[in-house]
Write a protein of this length. Structure first.
Length: 111
């Protein structure tokens, strides 16, 4: 199965997917950062299409930035949530979900 990078965002305060949440995907090389994509989640809290398809998958260090402050309309605590991760096997699938509220978040490597 070819590799890909996907994400989804769940709004744990409202108990539903986080629709229309802005996400940026960055490539990190040493101290430099390069913006690769900017997208928004769909009604199911996912991105259409995957962030990386098989042709785009490359080993390296990346960062997803989730703009939860804009989504919740409240930047008094959380604003932009960065999640750094590494792709070590470009043939594998990487799923990086975010579960969030205006006050907290968690992530994990999903399937």
């Amino acid at each position: 199965m070819p590799g890909k990078l996907t994400t989804h965002v769940l709004d744990t305060a409202k108990g539903r997917p986080a629709a229309k949440l802005k996400i940026e995907l960055w490539s990190l090389t040493g101290a430099s950062r390069k913006l690769l994509k900017e997208t928004h989640t769909n009604a199911d809290g996912r991105t259409d299409p995957p962030l990386f398809g098989p042709a785009e998958m490359q080993p390296g260090e990346y960062e997803l930035v989730f703009f939860v402050g804009d989504y919740f309309g409240d930047k008094t605590f959380l604003d932009a949530v960065p999640v750094r991760f590494k792709i070590s096997d470009a043939r594998a699938s990487y799923h990086v979900p975010l579960l969030c509220s205006p006050w907290s978040y968690t992530t994990y490597r999903g399937s």
